[in-house]
Design a protein around this ligand. Structure first.
Ligand code: ATP
Ligand code: MG
Length: 255
């Protein structure tokens, strides 16, 4: 059975997609079988993975709403993981889901048939708390919350935590918060350290990964080159953080 993780935060630009992509690649390089699922109509994960969203005739939209089988719709990527792509079709999904039967459980149902094909399924979610994100949370075992080490970034996290609690109460009692992953951390500034400290203080009951992902221009550079960070700048602390996160998911602790 695959372990299903979702990266969720309704704040935009905090590194959800960067985390899904690089974590997925790192996991495959540790020998795991990985499926990435793009649940954001912006389709950034599809682009990061080296594809043109409009080149896909069938995408996650068809799996969610038309019962297209995931195993025939997902594509291999050059980096290891398989990808269930998205394109703008997905922007219609929230609307069509409104009238669908068991509308919060479509993603869960969609993934049932591929649970044995993968060790990890990583879901990328959009920056909103709508039906697509609700579907992603209902389908997941664990949620990782990337939080930027920036002013105002923890505002709004409380709303996400309330939604997670609702999902735990009504849709998916097994959903666990794996942890908050601090992102865009600037080690050189007091502000960065202050923000990291604030995240720790604000959510004492939630595990915090002890390896913030440092801010580095190499991330947007790698994204523009459609490469995982490891192929472009494996020696930077941010790449190291993603290796450590992958190892944490595999239950390995480096000595
Ligand atoms: N550690 C980092 N250092 C510097 N830039 C980063 C880092 N992580 C991500 N970025 C950049 O920040 C931008 C937003 O990242 P990303 O797309 O992963 O965020 P997101 O949370 O998925 O955004 P959205 O909410 O719009 O889906 C991208 O340009 C990405 O390359
Ligand atoms: Mg994104």
């Amino acid at each position: 059975m695959a372990e299903v993780y979702v990266m969720a935060n309704q704040k935009g630009g905090v590194g959800k997609t960067t985390t899904v992509f690089n974590l997925g690649v790192a996991l495959t390089r540790l020998g795991q079988r990985v499926l990435l699922v793009d649940l954001d109509p912006q389709a950034s994960l599809t682009v990061y993975s080296g594809f043109e969203p409009d080149d896909f005739e069938k995408t996650v939209y068809h799996c969610l709403l038309r019962d297209a089988p995931v195993e025939r719709t997902a594509a291999g990527t050059p980096f290891g993981p398989d990808l269930l792509a998205a394109n703008l079709d997905l922007s219609l999904a929230e609307f069509h889901l409104m009238n669908a039967i068991a509308r919060e459980r479509r993603a869960e149902r969609m993934l049932e048939a591929v649970q044995d094909r993968y060790d990890f399924i990583l879901l990328d979610s959009q920056p909103s708390l709508g039906l697509l994100t609700l579907n992603a949370l209902a389908a997941s075992d664990q949620v990782i919350i990337p939080v930027a080490c920036e002013f105002l970034s923890i505002r709004g996290t409380a709303a996400l935590l309330r939604l997670i609690a609702k999902v735990q109460g009504q849709l998916n009692q097994d959903l666990a918060i794996a942890g908050i992953l601090p992102t865009l951390f600037d080690n050189r500034t007091n502000h960065g350290h202050r923000m990291l400290h604030d995240i720790q203080q604000e959510f004492p009951e939630i595990p915090l990964y002890p390896f913030p992902v440092n801010r580095s221009i190499r991330f947007p550079e790698s994204a523009a080159r459609r490469e995982p960070i490891f192929d472009n700048a494996n020696d930077i602390p941010g790449a190291e953080a993603y290796w450590r996160l992958a190892e944490a998911l595999c239950g390995r602790v480096r000595t």
